[in-house]
Design a binder for this molecule. Structure first.
Ligand code: UTP
Length: 294
């Protein structure tokens, strides 16, 4: 099987849950300590062997393109200054990470519609999808999207990244009916988006990482839009793939931060800061002192 080298990052959502922060700064560009969320995501893809990334954007998301481009004024200012060598390298780094392309989703018509914008770019190859507001950090092991790519290559079936979430949180996500294939890999039979407590099939929910066969574009076209919203739900497209016996789930090894909600943003910043080489020790002392006063 040909190696998976292409990925898409849908980043065209409105980010209404993190307004007003996301009014003029895309939520994918919100900071985690010293880098925007989307840089962590691109770094994860590159570490897994992805070379070509299509970022789905829309009006008002031009700063994402600026971030992964050269900034000649900054670079000229920092270059050759020995005391600012590390800062110069950090500024240059995002521009050289991968081949990054952009396409605009001209109407915000949901995730399936955003993914459909990538059909020409993907062609006839399996590909990775990394949701632009889900940062997943795997400090010890393999990048999470790489864990899914391995499972895709092994079983030749689409693959969703899942974690068990607390039962009371399942109705905010989705629930999966699965049977085990091996230690952390399962075959998916059913998915219910935002289930009622009575509908919960398991506490496994899909969190931000997916590897799909190119046939998914056909499934997107064939899936009926939701009667109420008029939107084609990506979960429904993946469900059809599951019904055809072509979808597995990987219980991945990594910590996921939801940059699409306020608590997720705070957790990401605190936990990444505690581990940070430059400020970690000072921040730990600060948090200990703060906690002693709570
Ligand atoms: P979300 O549903 O979490 O993003 O989509 P949202 O629509 O921005 O959220 P709220 O509810 O308004 O806060 C998951 C990912 O899919 C992208 C988003 O940018 C996010 O990274 N997305 C969503 C698109 O690219 N296009 C869309 O039409 C919707």
């Amino acid at each position: 099987m040909k190696k998976i080298t292409k990925a898409i990052i849908p980043a065209a959502g409105l980010g209404t849950r993190v307004l007003p922060a996301s009014k003029s700064v895309p939520k994918e560009m919100l900071n985690i300590v010293d880098k925007p969320a989307i840089q962590y995501i691109v770094e994860e893809a590159v570490a897994a062997g992805i070379t070509d990334i299509l970022i789905i954007t829309n009006r008002g998301k031009g700063v994402i393109e600026d971030h992964f481009d050269h900034s000649f004024e900054l670079e000229a200012n920092l270059k050759g200054n020995e005391s600012k060598k590390k800062i110069y390298e950090d500024v240059l780094y995002p521009a050289n990470l991968a081949n990054i392309y952009y396409i605009r989703q001209k109407e915000t018509k949901g995730l399936a519609h955003a993914i459909a914008c990538a059909e020409k770019f993907i062609g006839d190859e399996p590909f990775a999808i990394l949701y632009g507001d889900d940062v997943i950090i795997s400090p010890e092991g393999k990048p999470v999207i790489g864990q899914l790519m391995d499972a895709y290559e092994k079983y030749g079936a689409g693959c969703v990244g899942v974690k068990e979430v607390p039962r009371e949180d399942v109705p905010k996500y989705c629930t999966l009916d699965v049977t085990p294939l091996e230690e952390n890999i399962m075959s998916v039979h059913n998915i219910i988006e935002k289930p009622t407590p009575e509908e919960i099939l398991s506490c496994y929910s899909i969190l931000g990482r997916v590897v799909m066969p190119p046939e998914i574009f056909k499934y997107i076209k064939e899936t009926a839009p939701d009667k109420k919203s008029g939107e084609v739900y990506f979960t429904d497209c993946m469900l059809s793939l599951a019904h055809d016996g072509k979808l597995n789930a990987v219980d991945f090894d990594g910590i996921r931060y939801d940059m699409g909600n306020k608590l997720g943003i705070m957790k990401a910043n605190v936990e990444v800061a505690l581990d940070h080489t430059e400020i970690g020790e000072d921040f730990k002392a600060y948090i200990k002192d703060l906690a002693s006063k709570l």
